[in-house]
Design a protein around this ligand. Sequence first.
Ligand code: PLP
Length: 445
Amino acid sequence: MSIQTLQNTLSAPSNDGLDDALAVARNNYLARRPSSVAAFETSVDYMPGGNTRTVLFHGPVPLRIASGSGCKIVDADNIEYVNMLGEYTAGIFGHNHPVIRAAIDRALDMGVNLSGHNPDEVSLARLVCERFPSIDKVRFTNSGTEANLLAISISRYHTGKQKVMVFDGGYHGGLLYFRGGGMPINAPFDYVVAPYNDIEATQQMLEKFGSDIACVLVEPMQGATGCIPADTAFLSMLREECSRLDSVLIFDEVMTSRLSLAGAQGARGVIPDMTTLGKYIGGGLTFGAFGGREDIMSVFDPRRADVIPHAGTFNNNSLTMAAGVAAMRDVLTEETLSILNQRGEGLRSNLNKIAMGMDLPIQFTGEGSLLAMHATRGTIRSAADLKSNDDRIIELVFLDLLEKGFYIARRGFMALMLPLGDTEYQGFEQAITKVFESRRSVISQ
Ligand code: PLP
């Protein structure tokens, strides 16, 4: 499909100012990005929808990124952006952190695919166990999805119970997505889907199914659904109920572990039985991990006659292990994380002030360095509160920000990275102010 054809299909006249504004913004986007369009046209011949990672798809055609350095990325048409998305939290270090780069170089010098244990895996395991209070013992995987599948499975084995409590809007990986009840290809566990942040309704469901609930899997802040923090009282209730019912409480901290040195569990003072990790902990390379109480994890001890095997060719791959050690030991100190999270709090507060000052139906939720933009009024405490979100507004702001040189997720998500400085933070606030001012009339309609 040529740019002209794409533009024509997008230019259907409408009576709605917002739709018209969007059609123009999409056309401008296409006109400036012939290489992204061409790459998309080729990719659809080989991948369904030209896509191998659903979250990256957006209209009119997805942006194709050619390179990155520091906190900046350059697209296939040589347009530069400040990266406010930070690889959906995995890219906290920026695109070429010298300490991590040196660790990867060193690991490459030692040779890849070593066919055995390597020196860095124990160092990374130790750093993870020392950091997160719930983790006595840890095992590595290749993704957060895999970590959650294993945490659920081992909880069922440990308790001898079958059911898995999750929460509406929860995202725990490609096979564990519970927005709107759950995806048809979810891993076939026996789920009980409870409403997030609703203490009373969740307690009722626990009362009803409690004797067969193997584990409760929860994000301390629902990330993918829109940076919706759990109330501490809600997490404390889950802690108490899981102890009472002999169910395993699993915190999915794939995203939230960066909210303090000891993760969200440390920040909230609620300690689960198991924790799953992913994203940035491998220094920005492929990573996942699950860990927890000694008595639950010990079944993986290969010295035991009744060992439960957990395989994975790349679980201890030497590049990730080396990058992870450098990241955890040398880069992500308590102070560094605390400064980044404070910057995030400041940014979110300023963005909300800007939107409120113009009385726009827009708000920013989140915690620390993780933020999400929503086009709806009213308090957001669960996925159900997002029903009136006007996604067209989010798309318009996303496209306008691209034109101003800032990249966020199409769905409005942002994950701040260390190399962002005053210039970028202030520049982003100025850019969003200009976008809101110029779109005020169509957004407020
Ligand atoms: N859990 C949470 C909370 C996530 O945000 C994600 C990914 O975004 C995952 C699990 C899945 O991790 P991965 O993409 O590494 O499989």
